[in-house]
Ligand binder design. Structure first.
Ligand SMILES: C[S@@+](CC[C@H](N)C(=O)[O-])C[C@H]1O[C@@H](n2cnc3c(N)ncnc32)[C@H](O)[C@@H]1O
Ligand code: SF4
Length: 351
C-alpha cells in the first residue's frame, strides 16, 4: 500500500491525478495530514465518504503508537517511546525552552556508524525511518502536548545523512505553510561528517542549521572514537562545512562531547582553536553521557569549564550544553535499549 504521509506535495498531486480526483484534493489532503494532523481519514469532513473509503483501501496513513512517556521532574523534559508498525521502537524527546517546545527526533532505527560512546549504534542499523515516521514523531508529540512545536533537532538515534532523501523530504514537508510551517531556521540536522552528503545538503536550497559531531580536534583521536573518521578526513569535513556556510549563510554548529582523558585536555583545546582557525562557528561542549556497555567517563566539571574558558579566551564561541531531563535517562538511544531489554518482547509487541 502507498505511504501517503511520506509524499511531498508534488507526489501527492500526481497521486490524486492518477486516481482520477480533481487537483484541489491534493492541497486538502496535504493540509489534513500535515496541518490538522489527522489520525484517520474519517476526520476529513470535506471529503466525500466514497473518497475516504477509496483512500482507506489504497493507502497507509502512518501513525506511531505511544508506548511510554517519561517526564522529568527537574525541567519537564519528556522522553517518548514510540512503536512503529513493524514493532520496532524509537525514542524522541521534547525539551521546553522559553522560546517554545523543541523536539529531538530519531532518523533511523539504530545506526551503522559505530561511534564508541553512543548507545544508538550498539546493535547496528536496523532500518531507515520513512519520512512519515519522522514527521509523526513531531505530530504525535504536538497532539499529546496540545502545544505547538516550534523547533526541531535531528539528534536522536541514527545518522540523518545516511537517510538523505527522507530527511530532506521531512524538512520540506514540516516547514511547508500547508503543514506545521516550522521555520527552517528552527531546524537543526546533526551529522557525524559524511562529506558528500554535507555538500549535497548545502546545494538543496534549504535554510536549516547543520551541526557537525566533531568530538576531536584531529583525525588521530577522532579515529579512536568515531569509525567514520577512517573514511573522511577532518580537513575534508571542515571544508564541506565551510562550503555549507558559504552556500547557506548558516553558521555551522560543532558538537564536542567531552570524554575524560580522551579529548578533554588543554592540548586538545589548543588543537581545536587551531582547527577552527577564526571561522564563524559555534562549539557546543557536551559532557558525555556514560553508557553501561562502554567504559567512557564524563569529564570533570572544572575541566569542562576550563576547556570552555580557554576557547572563549581565544575568541572561539563556545557553550557548555545544559543537560536536559537528567533524572529520566541519559544518553540518546539508552531509553529504547532499556525498554527492549526489560520487556524483552519487542518482536511480539502488538501495534
Ligand atoms: C545521537 S547523534 C544523532 C545525529 C548524528 N548521527 C550525529 O552523530 O551527529 C546526536 C549527537 O549525540 C551525541 N551523542 C551520542 N551519544 C552520546 C553520549 N553518550 N553522550 C553525549 N553525546 C552523545 C552524538 O555525538 C551527536 O553529537
Ligand atoms: S553518534 Fe550519531 S553517527 Fe554516531 S553512532 Fe550515534 S547516532 Fe550514529
Amino acid at each position: 500500500m502507498t505511504d501517503i504521509k511520506s509524499m511531498d506535495f508534488e507526489e501527492l498531486k500526481t497521486f490524486v491525478k492518477d486516481i482520477g480526483e480533481p487537483a484541489f484534493r491534493a492541497k486538502q489532503l496535504f493540509e489534513w495530514m500535515h496541518k490538522s494532523l489527522i489520525e484517520s481519514f474519517d476526520e476529513c469532513t470535506n471529503l466525500s465518504k466514497e473518497f475516504r473509503e477509496t483512500l482507506k483501501s489504497q493507502v497507509i496513513l502512518t501513525r506511531l503508537k505511544t508506548v511510554e512517556v517519561f517526564t522529568s521532574k527537574i525541567d519537564d523534559t519528556r522522553k517518548y517511546l514510540f512503536a512503529l508498525s513493524d514493532g520496532n521502537i524509537i525514542e524522541s524527546v521534547r525539551m521546553k525552552y522559553e522560546h517554545g517546545n523543541s523536539v529531538c527526533i530519531s532518523s533511523q532505527v539504530g545506526c551503522r556508524m559505530g561511534c564508541k560512546f553512543c548507545a544508538s549504534t550498539l546493535d547496528g542499523l536496523v532500518r531507515n525511518l520513512t519520512t512519515a515516521e519522522m514527521l509523526d514523531q513531531v505530530y504525535s508529540i504536538q497532539r499529546i502536548l496540545g502545544e505547538r512545536v516550534s523547533n526541531i533537532v535531528v539528534m536522536g538515534s541514527g545518522e540523518p545523512l545516511d537517510n538523505y532523501d527522507n530527511i530532506v523530504k521531512f524538512v520540506r514537508i514540516i516547514s511547508s505553510d500547508m503543514g506545521l510551517n516550522i521555520s527552517q531556521r528552527n531546524i537543526t540536522v546533526s551529522t557525524c561528517g559524511i562529506v558528500p552528503k554535507i555538500k549535497k545538503l548545502a546545494d538543496e536550497g534549504l535554510n536549516i542549521t547543520l551541526a557537525l559531531s566533531l568530538h576531536a580536534p584531529n583525525d588521530e583521536i577522532r579515529k579512536t572514537i568515531m569509525p567514520v573518521a577512517n573514511k573522511y578526513a577532518l580537513k575534508d569535513i571542515i571544508a564541506a562545512c565551510d562550503y555549507y556556510f558559504k552556500k547557506t549563510g548558516r553558521r555551522v554548529s560543532y558538537e564536542y562531547s567531552l570524554v575524560a582523558g580522551v579529548n578533554d585536555n588543554m592540548e586538545e583545546a589548543k588543537s581545536l582553536v587551531r582547527l577552527v582557525n577564526g571561522r564563524n562557528v559555534h562549539i557546543n561542549l557536551i559532557p558525555v553521557n556514560p553508557i553501561k556497555e562502554r567504559d567512557f567517563k564524563q569529564s570533570d566539571k572544572l575541566k569542562i569549564k576550563a576547556f570552555r574558558d580557554f576557547l572563549e579566551k581565544k575568541g572561539v564561541n563556545a557553550t557548555i550544553r545544559r543537560e536536559m531531563g537528567r533524572d529520566i535517562d541519559g544518553a540518546c538511544g539508552q531509553l529504547r535499549r532499556r525498554f527492549i531489554e526489560s520487556s524483552n518482547k519487542s518482536e511480539s509487541l502488538e501495534v
